[in-house]
Design a protein around this ligand. Sequence first.
Ligand SMILES: Nc1ncnc2c1ncn2[C@@H]1O[C@H](COP(=O)(O)OP(=O)(O)OP(=O)(O)O)[C@@H](O)[C@H]1O
Length: 251
Amino acid sequence: MLVGHQPKEFLLAVSGLTVSFDGFKAVNDLSFYVEENEIRVIIGPNGAGKTTVLDLICGKTKATEGSIQFRGTELTKLKENEIVKAGVGRKFQTPSVFEDLTVFENLEISFPRGRTVFGSLTFQRDQLVRSRVGEVAEMIFLKDKLNTYASELSHGQKQWLEIGMLLIQDPDLLMLDEPVAGMSVSERTKTAELLNRIIKNRSVLVIEHDMKFVEDIAHKVTVLHQGQILSEGTMEKVKNDPKVVEVYLGH
Ligand SMILES: Nc1ncnc2c1ncn2[C@@H]1O[C@H](COP(=O)(O)OP(=O)(O)OP(=O)(O)O)[C@@H](O)[C@H]1O
């Protein structure tokens, strides 16, 4: 057993993770480890099990077997809302911002602990929320759009706003499913900049197909194929791995 050997600094330790859908193992005995302040990218062909891995971590899908340890907490036993409270934020592929609210309001309603605070604390809380909204808006390049309705934002700006709505909750692990799909080249560059900035306080787990973007952000890449790891390491290493070229990059 390697238990005593496993270093403590992993933020996320996935081991022996398996999920069967009517006997079909979409994720099959998968193990990988994400460090603090790491950007990990999961790549792989369609149907490899990438989205299912994020579904398992955020509790949307329950594991058939295996373990997901997050800072020592076993996530497979928790409900989705408990996993969010434990510090895991997940963004889905399509933006789900509130179109008829402004950027400010979208960020404000995402601030944790709800809006009802009684008595003298209200003022302090308002100040805190406003300053945090300002900080996050700056980070996601929307500082000058605070009063703009989300419906008027570009697709890329909506994606950033949704990242902001997660950031305002200060998660320790942020999971993003194809964050740059549909973005312009300059928006992609800015998104890479954004991710590199936000990992000072957290780790990021990204599913991505855009290899240029993966090169720009990944500290480490995990290549999935048929629910298992085909290859793992730096982008340089995996892109030169003949197995990866054969099943994914060569196509
Ligand atoms: N709830 C479910 N019930 C049955 N089968 C499922 C379910 N969720 C996923 N699958 C199957 O598991 C496999 C992995 O799907 P998944 O969406 O995780 O792949 P992916 O790597 O994210 O693919 P893509 O790049 O196309 O998004 C697919 O064959 C899919 O049909």
